[in-house]
Design a protein around this ligand. Structure first.
Ligand SMILES: NC(=O)c1ccc[n+]([C@@H]2O[C@H](COP(=O)([O-])OP(=O)(O)OC[C@H]3O[C@@H](n4cnc5c(N)ncnc54)[C@H](O)[C@@H]3O)[C@@H](O)[C@H]2O)c1
Length: 433
């Protein structure tokens, strides 16, 4: 069995409290060792602390890492396809909204899936843990770790032969960059490079499919947005990091022969969605009788979004994995050109935010208390609209769900998950529209 790892995250915590927790445990352990002169007693104490830690963190991968117990076996088993010609996929951001859906879809059709997520508290981590629990019921192992942890990534690639990486981990949200700009740099730039380094060094190299964003179209006014349009006027730091991600992945494609597919998602919504997004926080506030803020663009024009239902996005992600050409590098060197693709994944029928609210009101059987405000210039754009002809041709992508039926399914999930207590932690002022 390989020796237990010392992870970078243990030296430089990626989330508050991580270092503190670890050093306290270390301290306790040292005290135990000093006190126990007899080796038998030491072994008993160690077994007891191991068992109590296990019951405290039953599904945490850090437990397995720290104690070196069966971790590789779990990774290998979760990564093994259960069907002939199945693929083996490392899904980063697997406890996230899109990541959990994609992981489940792959596992259900018999592919091997291992998740990776740092469970940060950008929004309620208990929702991420609930998604993890759902994945665990379907035998998808989600590793508790950060894409910045190079040693952890190397260990994952050593333990399983991933044919594909579905990279969805990121600092999402547009307005949060005003509050915490460095979280975008850390996850969307530094983390992306660390992940690509691991992919390029792996032998064989996996094909990489990753989430860019419609936000790269920034201040463009020509609609619908096409992949060939200029993307050099981002309106937010989030958009700028996604645009930079497209350039960074291009350089790894060019130098190391990594097969790259970048997906520009357009406002994804649906069951198990993200509490920081407008449709989610509107639902919560309407149910609680609290006001919602609707922003208007220049001259009072309603904002519009090309809302795309999660199942359609999942089909686009899976089709991207299935059609991704092979990476050509070996031992960190390219042996020939590899594919580099970018696709819009949208719904191609933008809907205004006031219409979204009317649909929610109908489904929730409650009236919204609306506060209308001019859109602040802090990152949002007035409209999005995807041209999806490339995805149609290359991926066979065809969105099937309109906003009316998609929101119906979201509301059904919301009521069953939160019930009447409505504990979803959202702040309407912060919600993305
Ligand atoms: N949902 C949308 O409307 C939308 C639109 C455009 C692009 N995207 C992109 O799609 C991807 C998935 O988005 P989502 O809506 O599922 O967001 P999400 O926040 O629900 O999922 C992202 C997950 O990544 C994890 N994560 C963040 N930084 C990490 C790190 N450094 N290491 C490990 N894990 C980390 C988070 O804990 C989270 O669970 C993201 O890249 C996002 O930027 C989403």
């Amino acid at each position: 069995m390989p020796p237990p790892l010392l992870l970078e995250g243990e030296l430089f915590p990626s989330s508050p409290g991580m270092l503190h927790r670890r050093s306290r445990r270390h301290h306790l352990m040292n005290r135990q060792i000093r006190r126990c002169s007899a080796s038998t007693f030491f072994l008993i104490a160690l077994t007891a602390s191991y068992l109590s830690f296990r019951s405290f963190f039953p599904s945490s991968s850090s437990y397995y890492l720290r104690f070196g117990y069966s971790w590789d076996r779990l990774v290998r088993s979760s990564a093994s396809p259960r069907r002939d010609s199945g693929i083996s996929v490392l899904v980063t951001g697997a406890a996230g909204f899109v990541g959990s859906h994609v992981s489940l879809a792959l596992k259900k059709r018999g592919d091997g899936v291992v998740g990776l997520d740092n469970f940060n508290d950008y929004y309620d981590p208990s929702l991420k843990r609930a998604r993890q629990a759902l994945l665990s019921q379907h035998e998808v192992f989600v590793v508790d770790g950060d894409i910045n942890e190079a040693q952890l990534l190397a260990r994952l690639f050593d333990s399983a032969q991933f044919t594909h990486v579905m990279h969805l981990a990121a600092q999402a949200g547009v307005r949060y960059a005003i509050e915490n700009p460095h979280s975008y740099v850390r996850s969307n730039l530094a983390g992306l490079v660390t992940l690509l380094e691991a992919c390029k060094s792996s032998d064989p190299q996996p094909a990489v499919v990753w989430a860019s964003s419609s936000s790269v179209y920034g201040l463009n006014e020509k609609v619908p947005f096409s992949e060939s349009d200029a993307t050099d006027r981002p309106a937010s730091l989030y958009a700028a990091t996604k645009k930079a991600g497209e350039e960074i992945t291009h350089s790894y494609n060019h130098i190391y022969g990594l097969s790259i597919t970048g997906l520009r998602f357009f406002t994804v919504y649906g069951p198990w969605g993200r509490p920081d997004m407008a449709y989610f926080s509107f639902t919560k506030n309407i149910l609680q009788g609290k006001p919602i803020t609707i922003y208007r663009g220049k001259d009072g024009v309603a904002l519009a979004r090309d809302f795309t239902f999660i199942d359609d996005i999942v089909r686009g992600c899976v089709a991207s994995l299935d059609t991704a050409g092979k990476s050509t590098g070996s031992g960190g060197k390219k042996t020939g050109p590899a594919p580099y693709r970018i696709f819009n994944l949208g719904n191609t029928s933008p809907v205004t935010v006031p219409k979204l609210v009317r649909i929610l009101e109908r489904n929730l059987k409650a009236k919204a208390k609306v506060i209308a405000k001019e859109m602040p210039g802090n990152g949002d754009v007035p409209f999005t609209h995807a041209n999806i002809s490339s995805a149609r041709t290359e991926l066979g992508y065809e969105p099937k769900t309109d906003l009316e039926s998609g929101l119906k399914r979201f509301v059904k999930w919301y009521m069953s998950y939160y019930g009447d207590s409505n504990k979803g932690d959202t702040n309407p002022e912060e919600s993305r529209q």
